[in-house]
Design a protein around this ligand. Structure first.
Ligand SMILES: [Zn+2]
Ligand SMILES: [Zn+2]
Length: 447
């Protein structure tokens, strides 16, 4: 099957060994896994994981040797990073990181040996190399020994990082300060938009900013009771949205174009009433959204009436008026006390119209219910409904298709006491003088 002609004293040469490796992977990846029993499959996964680590180590060992010989120059590249990026299809940043790790590992024999034996993961090795690169040359051997001994005792990446950080601080307190500065210089945030209208966020922060962010996320992303079916990833995404909403509602953000920053959706009255045929609602930044999102925002927002002449010519712009007044909100908080779906405190909540005002529903207490952002979203987009109990208070019911109980914060923790918002302590800013941070521009055709 394999051509092993090119051997020296029975040991195949390096090219033949690499061909063998490729051939073995070809055979493995072509195998019918239905023929393999589950126990063997599990053992194979563990073995392949370990061998993947070993392959990574060997690749980096060869990369370091290639770099030491400056072999990239004869391939026409200007640096090892440029050569690796082109040869392996990596970004410049990825290639730079790998060249650096390879160079540093070649100076850390104990760490390299653990990596080559599959006893240490590449992530763990990077914990060691990133600190070694900043440590005084004379101290690197000690770090290498300490890290290898820690791994030999059977530790995970988190505990190895703690041990390496402790060592760095003992060795020279400036090491952690330098690392912090490097992280600060590399800080960045990028935003993208998916084809489905979703927004993606990719951020890198210095340790302190990251700690503030993680602390805020922790506070806002706890499960809302046992029946909360959201994944941790979904809860964190909801927490990020909640943090942005609170920032906007606080009224403390700098003005943009002379106005308090707010989410604006522009929507035709007929569309808002649920009639088809018109243009879709549009966000100022994000483009078209579904009608129900506009109706959800319009439940509790400032609304400006714009009379249009033609599709894009505003003829007359009216004053913004609030759909729910501060007095109505205070009365609603006194009656409902908390989110009627999950028990979230009033600072997290908006006023939902049971019968939407655009369909003739009155903005008075009998037609309003206090709902947190998540529960409000469930009502407008996912078919959750409100039922009135004997105290004339509303409770939220999931659609029958979900077949589960409402989110149970109402039952597991006592509801927050009703609070009366004031400008100095306004919860989420809803009751403050600034008005809600959601704005609906309602467009009408001229009569
Ligand atoms: Zn809720
Ligand atoms: Zn609503």
């Amino acid at each position: 099957m394999f051509d092993c002609a090119a051997t020296v004293a029975g040991v195949p040469d390096q090219d033949t060994l690499c061909d063998l490796l490729t051939a073995v992977l070809d055979v493995l990846s072509g195998a019918d896994l239905d023929e393999v029993d589950s126990a063997a499959l599990g053992a194979h996964i563990a073995l392949l994981h370990r061998q993947t680590q070993r392959l990574q180590a060997e690749r980096l060992r060869r990369l370091a040797a290639h770099d030491r010989r400056v072999a990239w120059r004869s391939a026409g590249a200007r640096s090892a990073k440029e050569w690796l990026s082109s040869a392996c299809g990596l970004t410049r940043g990825e290639a730079a990181g790998q060249v650096q790790t390879a160079q540093q590992l070649s100076e850390l024999p104990a760490t390299s040996a653990r990596l080559a034996a599959g006893e240490m993961t590449l992530g763990q090795a990077r914990v060691v190399t990133s600190t070694a690169s900043r440590a005084p040359v004379a101290d690197r051997a000690e770090l290498d020994r300490m890290a290898a001994e820690t791994v030999d005792q059977g530790t995970d990446t988190g505990r190895l990082r703690t041990a390496v950080d402790d060592w760095a601080h003992r060795c020279d307190a400036r090491l952690l300060a330098d690392r912090r500065e490097a992280a600060y210089r590399r800080r960045s945030a990028t935003f993208g938009r998916g084809g489905d209208g979703s927004v993606t966020i990719n951020a890198r922060m210095d340790p302190l900013s990251g700690e503030m962010w993680l602390t805020a996320m922790e506070a806002l992303s706890a499960p809302a009771g046992e029946a909360d079916a959201r994944t941790p990833e979904q809860r964190r995404a909801d927490a990020m949205a909640e943090l942005a909403r609170r920032g906007l509602d606080s009224g403390d953000l700098p003005l943009v174009g002379g106005q308090r920053p707010h989410v604006t959706v522009t929507v035709d009255v007929a569309t808002l009433q649920g009639l088809g045929g018109g243009p879709p609602p549009r966000f100022d930044y994000g483009g078209a959204v579904c009608t129900e999102t506009a109706r959800m925002l319009a439940c509790d927002a400032a609304v400006t009436r714009v009379i249009m002449a033609g599709v894009s010519q505003p003829l007359d712009v009216g004053r913004a008026s609030r759909t729910v007044t501060a007095a109505q909100r205070r009365a609603l908080i006194t009656r409902d006390g908390c989110c009627r779906g999950c028990g979230a405190p009033p600072g997290w909540c908006v006023a939902h119209h049971i019968v939407h005002w655009v369909n003739g529903g009155a903005t008075d207490l009998a037609n309003l219910a206090l709902l947190c952002w998540t529960c409000h979203d469930n009502v407008h987009h996912r078919g959750w409904t409100l039922k009135q109990d004997s105290d004339r208070r509303w409770t939220l019911q999931p659609p029958a298709s979900l077949g589960r109980q409402p989110i149970s914060r109402l039952r597991t923790t006592p509801a927050a006491p009703p609070r009366t918002p004031s400008p100095s302590t306004r919860p989420g800013g809803h009751g403050g003088p600034q008005g809600p941070s959601r704005h609906v521009r309602r467009t009408d055709r001229p009569p």
